[in-house]
Design a binder for this molecule. Sequence first.
Ligand SMILES: Nc1nc2c(c(=O)[nH]1)N[C@H]1C(S)=C(S)[C@@H](COP(=O)(O)O)O[C@H]1N2
Ligand SMILES: [Mo]
Length: 311
Amino acid sequence: MIKIRKSSDCREAEVTPEAIYRQRRAFMKGSMLGAGLLLASSPLRAALDLQGYKPKVMTLDEEITPFKDATRYNNFYEFGTGKSDPARQAKDFDTSDWRVSIGGECARPGELALEDLIDSKDLEERIYRLRCVEAWSMVIPWIGIPLGKLLQRFEPTSKAKYVAFRTLVDPDRMPGQKRDVLDWPYREGLRIDEAMHPLTLIAVGMYGKPMPNQNGAPIRLVVPWKYGFKSIKSIVRIDFTEQQPQTTWNMQNPREYGFYSNVNPKVSHPRWSQARERRIGEFFKRDTLMFNGYEEEVASLYAGMDLKKYF
Ligand SMILES: Nc1nc2c(c(=O)[nH]1)N[C@H]1C(S)=C(S)[C@@H](COP(=O)(O)O)O[C@H]1N2
Ligand SMILES: [Mo]
């Protein structure tokens, strides 16, 4: 079984991000990679200086999904329900002046612009597997910071047992919201210990670039041991809560989607097995790993829990 390095083994990169990508070219086939971190003008560039960051790098010795697949095969219902819809329909989504509100059970609630929320000095690159509940998977080099590092600044109280997330609601800018295929806003939630886990990332970029719109610009969650739908995109609100928050897919179909949604090859979706998956770009299926391959890091969070009941 291929293991990622544990987060505690993250090494501080001495080299520039460009050099890191050059080193990795052997297993990176994305066509944009020659461009390294030379960013086109973008709102994020002004807000967060991705060119200047010296990332800690968490590697994963698996082939990285080509950039064009990761940006053309998406789930983002705010921009349509087809896999190719988000790339087209989110093309002109304007994410400048983005603000995120943080509230609920914390001592220092606030509404912050992106650059006040995330210090570009803290940005790290993390190559993670992402496993969709629909049994396809990818390997993505994200840029972000551990969510816990962001959350602790707001000083959660002892009542903060969960963290709830919401996506923007704006049907004029998110045309998929003109239909009620989901009960908008898209909502997600984590138990506080899951949110604080060092693997949980709040991401603002991928492949050395600002987050593409279709992948959840300008700021999204990435929880690598859970099915992809937990990784909520285009976040505008984060609340610490005492009660377990509502989550979109659980509200939509509680029989099929639980709150936890940990990747688990032994617990089938009611309509299909979760035992195997197809890596985008590969022909043969591969076995799905317990907790998506992050068992060593996260299994202790669920010690004593019946994962068939808490799926
Ligand atoms: N706001 C929002 N976030 C979302 C979704 C969505 O429809 N809306 N889809 C989820 C699902 S089902 C998956 S698999 C991942 C896909 O992320 P990607 O398109 O960057 O691969 O985003 C998740 N986050
Ligand atoms: Mo998904």
